[in-house]
Ligand binder design. Structure first.
Ligand code: ADP
Ligand code: MG
Length: 213
């Protein structure tokens, strides 16, 4: 099994190989083809199983053919629980977009630092990786428009929900266009994750990678 077999374009396969991603992990093998088809997806797999590339690679691939590609506004929104993860996920998008013919701008935003530099850097962002509170602050200030979001990812959904972001997440969902692709990734499928996946996902493909014995 290779990344090429999963249906990714050569620019992404090449960028993945440059990051030493040669053999897709089990969650990547199942998630990537489904996301490329435009399906909603629930991905449950433990930490370290390769969930970031499982959504970042097909999101970038779909963005190349997105009908709103030329618009200035955010097309892919990734919600994460922490600053560290926001930065880490932003780096992954950056490295995977290196060989694409269309220029993709990714930005990571998070709380605990001043908002103004983030506001200034937002213009022309295609993929926004954000913690929920800071995203809502940026929306309130008029710096972010979410009307063009075509793909939403909740990463580490279990952590986000259990760190008190549930209300903010639900507020954000209200601000997004109804027609969009939703991807939810979590290490565990607890009651809160289950409740939000039921409201969020439309006939999802479910990928659950069980821990090896
Ligand atoms: P998770 O989000 O499931 O915890 P990550 O996406 O952070 O996992 O990946 C964990 C580590 O494995 C990272 O260092 C990442 O670069 C590496 N990795 C993920 N997928 C692959 C792959 N197919 N080939 C090589 N390394 C990979
Ligand atoms: Mg992860």
């Amino acid at each position: 099994m290779s990344f090429q077999n999963l249906g990714l374009s050569s620019a992404l396969v090449k960028a993945a190989a440059a990051q030493q991603y040669i053999q897709p992990t089990p969650v990547q093998q199942e998630a990537i083809p489904a996301i490329l088809k435009g399906k909603d997806l629930l991905g449950i797999a433990k930490t370290g199983s390769g969930k970031t590339a499982a959504y970042a690679l097909p999101m970038l691939d779909r963005l190349q053919t997105s009908r709103t590609f030329r618009n200035r506004f955010v097309k892919g929104l990734v919600l994460v629980p922490t600053r560290e993860l926001a930065l880490q996920v932003g780096e992954v998008f950056l490295s995977f977009s290196a060989h694409m013919t269309v220029k993709v701008k990714t930005l990571s935003v998070f709380g605990g630092v001043s908002i103004n530099p983030q506001m200034m850097r937002l213009q022309g962002t295609d993929i926004l990786v954000a913690t929920p509170g800071r995203l809502l602050d940026l929306v309130a200030s008029g710096a972010v428009h979410l009307d063009d979001v075509e793909m939403l990812v909740l990463d580490e959904a279990d952590k986000m929900l259990n760190q008190g972001f549930e209300q903010e997440m639900r507020e954000i969902l209200q601000l997004l266009p109804k027609k969009r692709q939703n991807l939810l990734f979590s290490a565990t499928l607890d009651n809160k994750v289950n409740a939000i996946q039921e409201t969020l996902l439309q006939s999802p493909v479910v990928v659950e990678v069980k821990e090896e014995e």
